[in-house]
Ligand binder design. Structure first.
Ligand SMILES: O=C(O)CCC(=O)C(=O)O
Length: 300
């Protein structure tokens, strides 16, 4: 059975990106302490308990999925914004976009008796149209220990480079076994799935995923975390949700006001109460810098 690489929380982001390119997944061990796991779970437990099981084989008839974590749980925001993960996103996703964004937040509770989920690639969320580009960096934070017996994520290391139709044999499937407080990091191209829970206790993971800023988000963050909540958040988190331009021209809006009363073109932050003056300068500077570096590279 293949094993996933286990690395410390302070692993350089470039190393994480390189392993995602080849293996498609890795585990960062002991990233957050037990007290932080407990704080997140204390906030989320009422929502988890009130969540019904899945409605089909894929979502799992003995699995619950609870979302809107940024709006519902301040402690979860620390996971969304974890510096080690954002550094890995910088290294892995900024190769193909000017800004990445939050794609999905979901507590996945695999309950006793839940069978194996069907193996899949997460980038299929976009319907199989994305070829030759890596659209995602994904995480599952272990809120309980993950073991093969309790439903640890099944992962097929090396599968990002497999041809579309190749299926994994049982001996090619590894398990993301890890302690609570550790995090599985995986790409949108690696074949994986939830595991079978043969124990009497829940396996709980928090799935937080990030994608290229020019793609549609799986969990609609503008509805899961609407402006009245988003305006109370840290600016970097607002931008990650999507309340920022995704590139020079992506994501502006026109406040639907009476003639002459508002700007015709405004960045999303204006909907959260920000002043539009100087907007987009950081993004324009980053784009200019990238184009300059590309031009220099092509001349070399
Ligand atoms: O919960 C897990 O371990 C993985 C779940 C998964 O891959 C999915 O639901 O897409």
């Amino acid at each position: 059975m293949p094993t996933l690489k286990h690395l410390p929380a302070d692993t350089p982001a470039e190393t994480i990106a390189a392993i995602l390119d080849t293996d498609g997944a890795l585990i960062l061990d002991d990233v957050i302490p037990a007290s932080q796991v407990a704080a997140v779970m204390a906030e989320l437990n009422p929502y988890i308990e009130a969540t019904p099981n899945g409605r089909d084989e894929f979502t799992g008839f003995s699995t619950t999925r609870t979302g809107a974590l940024v709006a519902r749980s301040p402690a979860s925001r620390e996971l969304v914004m974890h510096p080690a993960i954002l550094a890995a996103c910088d290294a892995y996703l900024l190769r193909s976009c000017d800004r990445y964004q939050l794609h999905l937040t979901q507590v996945i509770r695999i309950r006793p008796g839940q069978g194996r989920q069907v193996l899949h690639r997460d980038k299929l969320a976009w319907g199989g149209f994305l070829q030759g580009i890596e659209p995602q960096l994904n995480t599952i934070w272990a809120m309980t220990d993950f073991t093969e017996e309790n439903g640890a994520t099944q992962v097929v290391p090396g599968s990002p480079s497999w041809p579309e139709g190749r299926r994994a044999e049982p001996h090619e499937i590894g398990y993301a076994e890890m302690k609570a407080g550790s995090v599985l990091v995986y790409s949108g191209s690696v074949i994986h799935a939830g595991g079978e829970n043969r124990t009497g206790a829940d396996r709980i993971g928090i799935n937080i995923t990030y994608c290229l800023g020019w793609l549609r988000q799986e969990e609609n963050q503008y509805l899961s975390c609407p402006p009245e909540i988003a305006r109370t958040l840290d600016k970097k988190l607002q931008a990650l949700l999507g309340y920022a331009m995704g590139s020079y021209a992506l994501g502006y809006y026109t406040p639907p006001l009476a003639p002459g009363l508002g700007p015709e073109i405004a960045p999303p932050q204006v909907a959260l109460g920000a002043d539009a003056a100087g907007w987009g300068e950081d993004l324009r500077a980053a784009i200019n810098e990238r184009e300059r570096a590309k031009a220099e590279g092509s001349q070399a």
